[in-house]
Design a protein around this ligand. Structure first.
Ligand SMILES: *[C@@H]1O[C@H](CO)[C@@H](O)[C@H](O)[C@H]1NC(C)=O
Ligand SMILES: *[C@@H]1O[C@H](CO)[C@@H](O)[C@H](O)[C@H]1NC(C)=O
Ligand SMILES: *[C@@H]1O[C@H](CO)[C@@H](O)[C@H](O)[C@H]1NC(C)=O
Ligand SMILES: *[C@@H]1O[C@H](CO)[C@@H](O)[C@H](O)[C@H]1NC(C)=O
Length: 443
């Protein structure tokens, strides 16, 4: 009672006053909810908005339009207008016709991890010259190495056995490009590490880190490339190193500058997820004035980006191209998910989770549903590499403290390793090798 202002004796309060308070309360809550739903839109999907106006995506910018870059500023935000991307209709014919390759032949998503130190690892960490210090866990002191030796065993069938020479034959004369965030980059590094040993040292090369980084193998006339585009559409975070996580601004109706880079690739592998889980996103529509932007929650903003990307798939994708979409990569930030009552994270975890169908808080299911909706409309043009469930089991697969950290760690952090553990990315060799094995299986 004292908590609501110490007016201890409610019974004596006049009815009129109670009614008045109730009305004030109602008005406040309606306004409050309104504010949340229509302005901040936390966790809501776009379909929960009432008013809708459709925008044609990927149209040429007007002459005055300034591109988005790291120093784009936002002076103030305004209410979300309800603008959406006009949905492009693919061959999906609805949400059921999902283009999940291999779904008829074999469901790779349900299965279990089997310890197999005979077949795995597929390469040695120290033998891959392209390894990233962010993912080289053994080099950074990880002593328990079982994480390198697990094989993914689907329930009703086998994942095609990895073959480096066969993969090179599939890639001969082609450009394979990964597009996305640091998880996509990890998968790209895994792919290079899986393949590099069969490419003559003097006939392979890699370009310096830039938005588009290219590994080339002359013998096969093939490239394996990575394009940094963590939010798919154009954003103020398209620089490969300098990022502005605290203020994410996207151009929801345009991926043109990215698409120009990826349109020449033969095989495209997209991923995007975690950046949308980090708070609100500002929208700078192509015809907006500089400086004043709408704002949305991550899920709704991601849906806009996915729709713009889907429009590109339907209107611009050449008939011979292969397109894959990698589903969300789970994080393991809360050990209470798999060990109720505990207070840690992935730090110290040495074994996969065994409970079948395990699903933790690091996978946002509304995001999965939204991705399914968008991919469902596209039909067989886009193949899903559904890594979420199998990666969910791998709480042991993250670098935790065994990686290079770019920022200096404080003594407090150092004395409490779980406080700075990386439970997002994946050690290599490790889980992303299996994602690539799935790609190999489908190609
Ligand atoms: C594989 O693992 C088993 C069980 O942990 C162990 O006994 C064996 O020595 C390992 N073999 C290799 C080649 O590491
Ligand atoms: C190499 O591949 C490209 C396509 O990526 C093709 O246009 C070119 O003709 C190929 N060159 C040779 C020598 O095969
Ligand atoms: C936003 O702020 C910048 C610098 O603070 C200023 O140059 C610009 O004119 C402002 N834009 C608007 C629309 O107020
Ligand atoms: C991925 O697989 C999970 C089951 O493991 C399923 O619930 C989800 O719908 C699938 N996602 C897509 C986009 O197909």
């Amino acid at each position: 009672m004292t908590m609501i202002g110490g007016s201890g004796n409610l019974k004596k309060t006049p009815l009129l006053f109670l009614t008045f308070s109730f009305l004030v309360f109602m008005i406040f809550s309606v306004r409050y909810n309104d504010h949340i739903v229509s302005f901040f839109d936390r966790g809501q999907s776009l379909s929960q908005h009432l008013k809708v106006t459709y925008v044609e995506p990927n149209r040429p910018p007007n002459a005055e339009q300034v591109g988005l870059h790291l120093f784009s500023t936002c002076n103030s935000t305004k209410e979300y207008s309800g603008r959406r991307i006009r949905p492009a209709e693919g061959e999906g014919g609805g949400e059921s016709g999902r283009g999940n390759v291999g779904s008829e032949e074999c469901d790779l998503t349900s299965g279990k991890w089997v310890f197999d130190n005979v077949t795995y690892t597929l390469y040695e960490e120290s033998e891959c010259p392209y390894m990233s210090d962010q993912l080289a866990c053994q080099k950074h002191g990880r002593a328990d190495l079982a994480y390198q030796h697990w094989r993914w065993q689907p329930l009703g069938c086998d994942l095609q056995r990895w073959s480096t020479t066969e993969m090179w034959e599939k890639l001969r004369g082609k450009r394979l490009m990964f597009v996305g965030d640091s998880l996509g980059r990890g998968q790209w590094i895994s792919m290079i590490c899986l393949l590099q040993s069969a490419a003559a040292e003097d006939k392979r090369s890699i370009t310096p880190n830039s938005p588009l980084t290219i590994f080339r193998a002359e013998e096969y006339n093939a490239t394996i490339e990575f394009l940094w585009a963590p939010l798919l559409v154009e954003s103020n975070n398209d620089h490969p190193v300098n990022h502005k996580l605290e203020e994410k601004i996207i151009r929801p109706d345009s991926i043109r500058t990215h698409a120009l880079k990826w349109e020449q690739a033969d095989i495209l592998v997209f991923d995007t997820y975690l950046w949308w889980r980090l708070g609100l996103v500002k929208l700078s529509w192509s015809d907006d004035e500089e400086g004043e932007f709408e704002e949305l929650g991550g899920l709704a903003a991601m849906e806009l980006a996915m729709e713009t990307w889907a429009d590109w798939v339907v209107t611009r994708l050449g008939p011979t191209k292969r397109v894959f979409f990698v589903t969300m990569s789970p994080t393991h930030h809360l050990s209470q998910d798999w060990n109720p009552g505990s207070k840690g994270n992935c730090y110290g975890e040495k074994e996969p989770i065994r409970s079948e169908g395990y699903w933790g808080s690091g996978s946002h299911l509304p995001t999965m549903r939204m991705v399914e909706r968008v991919l469902g409309r596209l039909g067989p043009r886009v193949s899903v590499i559904n890594i979420t469930q199998l990666s969910e089991y791998r709480k042991d697969g993250h670098p935790s403290v065994y990686r290079k950290f770019w920022e200096t760690l404080s003594p407090e952090e150092l004395s409490n390793p779980s406080s700075y553990s990386d439970c997002k990315h994946w050690c290599l060799p490790g889980v992303p090798d299996v994602w690539n094995q799935m790609l190999f299986h489908f190609l």
